[in-house]
Design a protein around this ligand. Structure first.
Ligand code: AVI
Length: 320
């Protein structure tokens, strides 16, 4: 990792990420074992997620991209020109250019905790949009971020695609929406992707594809623990499972023990009964009403909503 990356990651003398170790040790000690989903994204996991976006059953990326392609003039009308687009997470090579082309912004500000991804995305966008000022900011957007002086006088448009908000429980999602409002300021707007509730069979297939890419993505977390935290988890004794939790309107990913297991992580011993699980991710799905409720709770008023032709995914425009 570059020096810039090291600023935001707290490593101990053995090069172990302290936050990762404490989240894993604490999470494996709970009755329902659970590890925060952010740890799915090491280099291998980020690559596997890219692969997921290409699999047949995983519709969100295709559906959202379709909306961005189809609704350019509607975005232009609703958002207007001359805004600084502040993207939470470094831009994808497909979605961000579609938005920037549609709305004629005054500047582009990608925010990301990973300096490497950030610089790559910024260089890519600068090359595609000659003359557009690009100001990358390396920061954790879960906290309030000081935006560059160069855009201080411009109205902002926050862009948070992908339904990443759905990976947070409502309390965390609400906190993030409020923090975004503080970061973006008065008069700002937010364009946010939110995946829709649909048939559980469709959802479960999207999170348990036939080629097993999502299973690899989930199992990589156990491999990462073994690699980075001196773990001895028998990964071949874990099975990926995607379950629809109807009460909470979310897909959950679990790693299910296929036999009684005992293993070590960072010097501590853990056991799992046959069938016991480690909960590794939530992906909340929204209705029209539940998306409005969440946005309103976070301080944003929804003003427009666009769906893809299959009505699988929504992009919502909200005002501060
Ligand atoms: C990044 N995030 C929005 C994805 C999702 O759909 O919740 C992560 C993912 N997990 C399994 N497949 C995709």
């Amino acid at each position: 990792p570059s020096n810039n990356d090291l600023r935001l990651v707290d490593l101990d003398d053995d090069g172990v990420d302290r936050a990762f170790r404490s989240d894993v040790l604490q999470g494996l000690s709970e009755d329902q074992k659970a590890i925060p989903a952010r740890w799915l994204y090491d280099d291998a996991g980020s690559g596997l997620f890219e692969d997921i976006t290409q699999v047949e059953e995983y519709y969100p990326t295709r559906a959202e991209t379709e909306i961005l392609r189809a609704q350019g003039s509607a975005f232009a009308e609703a958002i207007g020109p001359g805004r600084a687009v502040v993207e939470f997470g470094s831009g994808s090579s497909v979605k961000t250019p579609l938005l920037l082309t549609a709305i004629d912004p005054a500047a582009y500000v990608p925010l990301d905790i990973s300096g490497d991804f950030l610089r790559a995305a910024a260089a890519d966008l600068s090359a595609k949009f000659l003359g557009l000022p690009v100001h990358p900011v390396e920061a954790d957007f879960m906290r309030r971020v000081e935006l560059p002086d160069a855009i201080a006088s411009m109205p902002n448009l926050g862009f948070f695609p992908g339904s990443t908000i759905g990976n947070m429980v409502p309390r965390t999602a609400t906190d993030l929406l409020r923090t975004m409002r503080e970061t973006l300021g008065e008069g700002s707007k937010l364009l946010i992707g939110m995946d829709l509730v649909k048939e559980p069979t469709v959802l479960e297939a999207a999170y348990d594809d036939a080629k097993g890419v999502t299973a690899e993505f989930n199992l990589n977390l156990a491999r990462r623990i073994n690699r980075e935290l001196a773990g001895s988890i028998p990964v071949d004794q874990l099975r990926h499972e995607a379950r629809w939790n109807d009460d909470f309107a979310r897909i959950e990913m679990h790693l299910v023990a296929q036999s009684a297991l005992s293993f070590e992580v960072a010097g501590q011993t853990f056991v799992m009964a046959h069938g016991e699980t480690i909960h590794t991710e939530n992906s909340h799905k929204f209705t029209r009403r539940s998306s409005s409720t969440l946005l309103l709770a976070g301080g944003w008023t929804p003003v427009a909503r666009w769906l893809d032709s299959g009505e699988q995914f929504s992009l919502i425009l909200a005002e501060a």
